[in-house]
Design a protein around this ligand. Sequence first.
Ligand code: ADP
Length: 497
Amino acid sequence: MPAKGYNNLIGGKWVPSRTGKTFPNVNPARHDDVLGEFQASGAADIDAAVKAAAEAWKTWRLTPAPARAVILYRTGELLLERKEQYAREMTREMGKVLAETRGDVQEAIDTAFYMAGEGRRLFGQTTPSELQNKFAMSVRMPVGVCGMIAPWNFPMAIPSWKLFPALVCGNTCVIKPAEDTPLSTFNLVQTLIDAGLPPGVVNIVTGFGPEAGAPLVEHPLVRAVSFTGSSEVGRIVGQTAAAHFKPCSLEMGGKNAMIVLEDANLDLALDGALWGAFGTTGQRCTATSRIIVHKDVIRDFTEELVDRAEALRLGDGLDPEIQMGPQINRQQIETSIRYCEIAKKEGAKILTGGKPLTKGAYAKGHFFAPTVVGKVKPGMRIAQEEVFGPVVSILECSSFDEALAIANNIQYGLSTAIYTRDVNRAFRAVRDLEAGITYVNAPTIGAEVHLPFGGVKQTGNGHREGGTGALDFYTTWKSVYFDYSDKLQRAQIDTGE
Ligand code: ADP
């Protein structure tokens, strides 16, 4: 049976790409399972989508925010009804286990309800004027057409973090999903349409980065760009946006540290380490990739972590017994292999895993054994560079201060965690860890949608998704002065002093 064909969504119509080319969406756990053929789009498709979004903006920006919010609320309700179907399709296109894809859809539901609430807030400020009979306030204004480029690891949650705040703020959108996981964006946007979203307000153009992503960033009618992905591509996107003076939100890599002090509840820390390192097959930007363990407990901790990693059940995430799915594609497997080789050459030791699984049922997918690397020193590449796979390094520390220094000795700054029962050291860690997120006695993964999400240093460029941080990106402030004195009043001059 030929795979189902999916077109681009432009101005409310499903249309094929002008390139005439398509690409398959393949299940990373079973290569013979093709979810569909998607459009391999180019600059002409992006141009049409951006123009449709610009046209739709003329009316969408005038739709009252509470009315925009009703559509988001209804979207949340519909997603709840469709959660199981969308989660199953997401497991097939992305590979992570069903419990996690249900969580991914749930994150979109949470974001829908949270941002629907914003429809009746979107607060600005009223403030006194320095002049008599003059009124001053600041109001949030929509930005216009927003371009969005999404990654494959949270195929519905991340598009929802971008689309829902942008929509409630009165913007229109063109989204380019990741080439590995376009179907979940289709499911999300179909739900918006079913909830009453007018044509052209959200447009989808599928395709590859340089052909479809780059023209979206460059398009002169795109007023803001939101990108989540690798640091290499983020740098290109950021530089292009800067050349056009466009606001650009970049959310990129991490090399997230978990500190385990000698007084930690070790069993709890091990639960956290296993989930943080191998949840989503290590393919989260917040994945735990460095565990900094006090020398007094490192032996016990390491032995137990290796045992637990070896006991993980790998396979097709649709099977409820399975705990860890495949990596997304061959390239990610190559990266995991390469970093294990680099680690060995640097003098680190692969304590378990370190290789792809290719026999039996694994031969049909991109499976990599859960990998624990020991004897890692802070300066090694395996301790510095993002792997984005099920590979975790263990580093030894002799003191709390040394643990903080190792954790901060890194170009990234997304998520961090500390396990300790000492409240004083926990608070110092919260203060001193250079990261956008710090967990105490919980792993580095597990962000909630109403808090700001993002990092410091080379993880991002200062913007935040989630919470009210997203509203700051998708609106621009307008200061409004209302003079009812009926005469010219000059600020700083006619103040009567
Ligand atoms: P990953 O390594 O997680 O796949 P990438 O940064 O390669 O991350 O991809 C993230 C998103 O950026 C994808 O949607 C991809 O198609 C897009 N992308 C890749 N290259 C470019 C580019 N040159 N310009 C714009 N978008 C791009």
